[in-house]
Design a binder for this molecule. Sequence first.
Ligand code: UT7
Length: 324
Amino acid sequence: MTIRISGTGGALPDKILTNSELEKTVDTSDAWIRERTGIGARHIAQNETVASLAAEACRKALSDAGRNAEDVELILVASTSSEMLLPCIACQVQSETGAVNAAAFDINAACAGFLFALQTANAYIASGIYRNALVVGAEVLSRIVDWKDRSTCVLFGDGAGAVFAEACDEEGMGIRAMLQGSDGRRGVVLQCRAGHYTETDHELFPYKDPFIHMDGSEVYKFAVRTIPECIEQVLEQAGLKACDIDLYILHQANIRIIGSIAKRLGVDEDRFPHNLEHVGNTSSAAIPLLLDELNKSGKIKRGAKLVLSGFGAGLTYGACVMRW
Ligand code: UT7
């Protein structure tokens, strides 16, 4: 028993912040941001919250799958930027969508969070505990970005993506292989202190403000070394070669990272779709948002072989191979 994705949904805040607008508030340029990252604009939440974006994405995923909220048995929300510590985002989504029969909880594995949540759903469904799940990545990173720090504020955006995943016993279809990993020893390279802490200081935690701090080049090196190896391992588990895959749906952090991973795998960059030009890095929402764009525009055909892979704070990483 495995799972397949039978519906996708996405939600983006109305407000768009372009690189040119950022030029007016920090010492940066549209040219630098595009050349070094590939990002042109990002959406910024104003009235939207992590939960409202997640709920909108879930409603669309349910509609795409042709299912009712009451059918949902599990809601998993991956996020790092909830406005609320309690209740968890997944319970807020349950309340907003009317998925009254579901168990609901959150997962924090930063930009790899959606893949961790998908693997958790897979484990629950494969073991027979539940038959389906809404799996969501949702972020309002603009709340935890230091808008005076040009090394991070130009990168991130807000949004949510959701999938409806259900049990699949069709031979060869659905998730074929999954892998996830973490290297907590290197967590210092990407940190954000919780807003409610005031005093505790620690050598592993040098920042006093509740904003994202990142050693970008360390995360970059981690991604381009770890992700090709991780993808090669899941391909081997699935009995496939890199050239067999139709689309690689990667975490949308930096177009140069995506290009480097393509090169290391020896696969043409055409098979690595991206949307970071208009949404930026939306952390755990990046993979499901891109998946939704591709699904809704008919770019993923039934039977297509896909690799999903992400990496981020923790450090965390993961990949999966699926047949659509
Ligand atoms: O989502 C998972 C977590 N995040 C990531 O995956 C991000 C991974 N890292 C990256 O994508 C890249 O490392 C960055 C885009 C963050 C930075 O690109 P880079 O090519 O590694 O640039 P850099 O940090 O080495 O900085 C190069 C120069 C520096 O100036 P000097 O020291 O050479 O004079 C920076 O101060 O670019 C400067 N710089 C900027 N200039 C204009 C840094 N940010 C900006 C900026 N605008 N926004």
